[in-house]
Design a protein around this ligand. Structure first.
Ligand code: DQA
Length: 143
């Protein structure tokens, strides 16, 4: 069995560190990638860590993740809008964990609905970058 975890990040997450730091903090996506690589290694896994601002590319990355052992997904704003992403997730049989840096339920009502959650084994939100490493721990236990 493959020992790779796919970690996908959606639109605007490339701007972490400079984008709305009061909500998202000062760390960068590269900081999150390093923490994820280290956490995965500790569990005997490697990671395929990706970010895209494009919905179709996110769909393609999701389709490709079928080759990996599990998927961690922070789909950014596409979480709340993308039926195409929902359908792509539906085609997977690997476990999916949904992650958000912020607590989407403590924010605007349009963030309260997720097209990822019905297909996820678990959801972690509001814990900042720690959510990613917690998701790795959960996913490696599930696999
Ligand atoms: C986010 C929450 C989304 O509502 C938002 O559109 C993002 C980031 C988070 O990680 O908190 O881009 O997914």
């Amino acid at each position: 069995m493959t020992r790779t975890l796919t970690i996908l990040n959606g639109p605007n997450l490339n701007l972490l560190g400079e984008r709305e730091p009061d909500i998202y903090g000062r760390f960068t996506l590269a900081d999150i990638e390093s923490a994820c690589a280290e956490a995965a290694r500790a569990h005997g896994f490697s990671i395929a860590f990706k970010q895209t601002n494009h919905e179709g590319e996110l769909v393609e990355h999701i389709q490709q993740s079928r080759e990996s052992a599990g998927l961690i997904l922070n789909a950014g704003a596409y979480t709340h809008t993308s039926v195409a992403m929902h359908d792509a997730l539906k085609s997977l049989s690997i476990p999916i964990i949904e992650v958000h840096l912020s607590n989407i339920f403590a924010r605007e009502p349009f963030r309260h609905h997720s097209y990822v959650s019905p297909l996820a084994r678990g959801v972690i939100c509001g814990l900042g970058p720690k959510g990613y490493t917690l998701a790795i721990e959960a996913l490696t236990n599930l696999i």
